[in-house]
Design a protein around this ligand. Structure first.
Ligand code: ARG
Length: 455
């Protein structure tokens, strides 16, 4: 088959080499964007008089037919036509004949492919933002239901101080709110039109870049044509934002995996988000949480792969750029699915409040309360710390806890300790009283929820 760029070639091509060089297997995902870009370009060619209005109208009509066929999945592509751009151009030729050849006036596949990716990513980021928004709302709803649900707060995965489960949920809300912000802020760097940069240096045709940008809904245009065709920062930024988001999901998934284990039993995931074992009849595995944790690896991989592809590339276009697409598609799809599955998992999980709270009853996570109690009575904090440390040691030797020590024994240790100590040592009190701004105290959490809802 004749190549659209075959003029200067005399040798024969080989199918397997053509296949190696082709991107149509995956860049056909850009069919819609490619046609949109071409429609804007040809409209501009007509309006500026670079081609006649009649020719522009014929091409537009052809593109509209292809667009409808693409939406119905009726276009068939071939690797002999290398990529989506050449495939569409060939199909257009089949549809309307020789006039199709005027579409590529003053344009190159280099600005064309960049335009397609800007258009694609702008839509995908919007969808991801909607997903994150739904997740944030789910977390706030859950938090509202669990303001007074007590759980152990951890450092080093050791019981540290009791906290409200809502506080834990809102910590993740904070992370996802930053993810939301990052993706939103990135839009301004995606929302730029490279169209009209042509191959690398602009064009001698009197094109109107502002017009094509406006027709495509871009807010601005690349100032420099070399930059326009060789910028892939916007994809790297997207992959980087996606990696951070996945890291947050993965951390929470790790906790869900721990919490659903026999040792914790803090939460139970619904059957929809769990799977069984082919051999062990009792098993209910948190597969979806594990899979999200696992998929984080491929998203990081996509980021590193593109950073590496780009690092030694001279200006302007290089075929290496063709490697920018699969990771971008894969990341956009992976992230959207992970956010949706994760949101459903959180929404439907059953929280075992009693088990959570009970695990703070038989531990030393109230040790700070006792030290603070002494400090409030004038004992220097370091000294208080030492006293409580010794008490913890005795307790561990005797197999009981701080709340089990009789008042007389306490007073023997320090006369400042009075009967109100038992109330102070209760985990609910410990949580409730942490009323510093941003802390886990119930009133703080209610205030935090109110602030989030206010926006
Ligand atoms: N398939 C190519 C890509 O994805 C399109 C641009 C081709 N440009 C070129 N000069 N070979 O990057």
């Amino acid at each position: 088959m004749e190549k659209l760029w075959g003029g200067r070639f005399t040798g024969k091509s080989e199918a397997w080499i053509d296949e190696f060089g082709a991107s149509i297997f995956y860049d056909q995902k850009l069919a819609q964007e490619d046609i949109e870009g071409s429609k804007a370009h040809v409209t501009m060619l007509g309006k500026t008089g670079i081609i006649s209005e009649v020719e522009a109208a014929e091409i537009l009509q052809g593109l509209t037919i292809l667009e409808e066929k693409a939406q119905q999945g009726k276009l068939s592509f071939t690797s002999q036509n290398e990529d989506i751009h050449l495939n569409i151009e060939k199909l257009l030729h089949d549809e309307i004949g020789a006039v199709a050849g005027k579409l590529h006036t003053g344009r190159s596949r280099n600005d064309q492919v960049a335009t397609d990716m800007h258009l694609y990513l702008k839509k995908q980021v919007q969808l991801i933002l909607e997903g994150i928004q739904a997740l944030k709302e789910t977390l706030v709803d859950k938090a509202e239901q669990h303001v007074e649900t007590i759980m152990p707060g951890y450092t080093h995965l050791q019981h540290a101080q009791p906290i409200s489960f809502a506080h834990h949920l809102l910590a993740y809300h904070g992370m996802f709110a930053r993810d939301y912000e990052r993706f939103s802020e990135s839009i301004k760097r995606i929302d730029i039109s490279p169209l009209g940069s042509a191959a690398l240096a602009g064009t001698t045709f009197p094109i109107d870049r502002e017009l094509t940008a406006e027709l495509l809904g871009f807010s601005s245009i690349y100032e420099n044509s070399l930059d326009g065709v060789s910028d892939r920062d916007f994809i790297i930024e997207f992959l980087s934002n996606a990696s951070l988001l996945m890291m947050h999901l993965s951390r929470f998934c790790e906790e869900l995996i721990l919490w659903t284990s026999h040792e914790f039993q803090f939460v139970e995931l619904t059957d929809t988000y769990s799977t069984g074992s082919s051999i062990m009849p009792q098993k209910k595995n948190p597969d979806m949480a594990e899979l999200i944790r696992g998929k984080t690896g491929r998203v990081y991989g996509n980021l590193f792969s593109l950073l590496t592809v780009l690092k030694g590339l001279p200006l302007a276009y290089n075929k290496d750029f063709q490697e920018d697409k699969e990771g971008m598609f894969d990341t956009a799809e992976t992230v959207q699915k992970c956010v949706a599955v994760f949101t459903g998992m959180i929404e439907t999980m059953k929280v075992n409040k009693q088990t959570m709270a009970a695990s703070t009853e038989k531990d030393f996570s109230n040790a700070t309360e006792l030290a603070d109690y002494l400090a409030k009575k004038g004992v220097p904090f370091r000294e208080a710390h030492e006293i409580v440390g010794k008490l913890v040691l005795t307790c561990t030797q005797n197999g009981h806890y701080l709340q089990d020590i009789p008042l007389a024994d306490y007073q023997a240790v320090h006369p400042a300790i009075e009967a109100d100590i038992y109330e102070v040592l209760a985990s609910k009190t410990a949580v409730e009283k942490r009323d510093s701004y941003g802390g886990t105290g119930f009133e703080q959490i209610k205030a935090a929820i109110a602030r989030i809802k206010k926006g």
